[in-house]
Design a protein around this ligand. Sequence first.
Ligand code: HAM
Length: 425
Amino acid sequence: MSKSIKVVRGMHDIVPQQSPTWQHLEGCVRQVVQGYGYDEIRMPIVEKTALFVRTIGEVTDIVTKEMYTFEDRNGDSLTLRPEGTASCVRAGIENGLLYNQIQRLWYSGPMFRHERPQKGRYRQFHQTGVEVYGLGGPDIDAELIMMTARLWKLLGLERLELQINTLGAPVARAAHREKLIEYLEQHRDVLDEESVLRLEKNPLRILDSKNLAMQAMIEGAPQLLDYLDEESSQHFDSLKALLDGAGIEYRVNPRLVRGLDYYQKTVFEWVTTDLGAQGTVCAGGRYDGLVEKLGGKATPAIGFAMGMERLVALIEDRGLAVPGLAPHAYLVLVGDSAVAQGLLLAEQLRNALPRLRLRTHCGGGSFKNQMKKADKSGAQRVLILGEDEIAQQQVTVKHLRDGPPQASLSVDALVEYLKEQLLSH
Ligand code: HAM
């Protein structure tokens, strides 16, 4: 036997047992985003490397360490997308969607980051993202947060904490940055290796460090909130008032700075303590400067993305009910003549009942063996077509779980039976 080839480290299959949870989550997401009038956009998985370097930031972890970058056959440097915002802005500009327009968009799909794999952190993972262009006020910030809150409620995911912060306008950030670097320089002896590297390039991220030895120093660092420009400060106050009015609880976390460079003003994260270290299930913020930076006209923008694997894990861990996807019925075919007739019968039933999930037995075998397969399929009913049934133009219906004994029905009566018993809700 030849040696089997395994999946790439940090990547994973979503096996059939997990599909009902994924489909339920995706269905709820779709229902919510469409309920707010958002339009779907689909972007390629591969982009020019420069797109991510220019948007996410040259010195961020994603760009320096985590990108799947390769040379195309013509020599272009391409990268598997580590996130969706950059592609969405690129696509928006390129397709003329952003110029003097308001766009409310969403997308869903795989993203790639070469991180150290652990629970909730993968090298291929899935995000659903929402991005809004052309709206600069706090009302849309509130709408996005309300949208996510509605989704959690629909999914039955209680106990998620909303953390919000504001990073201010670029000018205010620059003033704070200068003071922060000055402060960090004075405490260089406490900084760990990674923080020393970040000192000049990305000092805000040092405030995000989980290193216990640095916490006291971080506590005393100049706070961005003290350097806020008037407009950002008012924007943040209005957002808080809108959230209060909507009854959405939040915690202002002055240390929330996010790992991507494009943010300004509002940033937010939904966090759980139930998933261990990788507890952020949804994160985003405002990125008013990015459209212009990528060659478009200056356009306010805000969005977020949720980690679908983390949400699936939460739904599973909390044992939340998910609609099943097992077949409603399994059609057993006994005898050679039943095969051709059975395939036609199945088509007839599907014509009459478009929502019916019917699995037809294929591959022959004894009645007993077919019944075993029917049971394993998780179906509620088994439909039996054998020589007797064919002679009498009937189909036998049996409960596979519990319920009344079997019945013999004409095809028309069977359609009514299935509609009433299995498809009425
Ligand atoms: P992000 O914080 O990098 O933001 O990722 C958003 C979410 O994706 C995270 O909160 C997490 O749930 C999930 N995620 C990230 N990395 C991984 C991973 N390696 N494995 C599993 N899940 C992961 C962004 O990507 C921004 N584009 C969000 C955004 C949209 N901001 C504005 N618009």
